[in-house]
Design a protein around this ligand. Structure first.
Ligand code: FES
Length: 125
């Protein structure tokens, strides 16, 4: 058995896309919604206070293609997309999904917005 550098158990990709002012399109970080601007920082703080900063890696990412349902974040492994995030929802996701191992189903993207993955082999030429 080798003793390599430990890797995170989870990666959390938080959409940090913000639409330019005046854009009608919704975005996960919005100038009209101060809470949306603080969610990534809140996620980091929550992981820190729970002692999880080594085992859960929070990553700021661009648009994940489900803007109408934002703010969103993707938890890997598992392709679990959480939508409509608030600070309280993030706290619950860390406690129940990351620590407890149970997906918080009520915050997960509706199935009609998140179908089966497309198999790359089925579309590759
Ligand atoms: S802006 Fe976040 S999913 Fe598109």
């Amino acid at each position: 058995m080798t003793n390599g550098v430990p890797q995170p158990a989870f990666y959390i990709f938080k959409c940090q896309q913000s639409a330019p002012p005046g854009m009608p399109k919704p975005s996960c970080v919005s100038q009209n919604d101060p809470e949306s601007q603080q969610l990534f920082q809140h996620l980091g703080q929550k992981l820190m206070t729970k002692g999880l900063i080594q085992t859960v890696m929070p990553i700021q990412t661009g648009c994940l293609g489900r803007c109408q349902l934002g703010p969103v974040m993707l938890v890997e492994p598992g392709h679990t997309l959480y939508v409509g995030l608030t600070r309280d929802k993030i706290d619950r996701i860390i406690d129940e999904h990351i620590i407890g191992g149970r997906v918080v189903e009520e915050y997960v993207v509706p199935e009609e917005m998140w179908g089966e993955p497309i198999d790359p082999a089925s579309v590759s030429h």
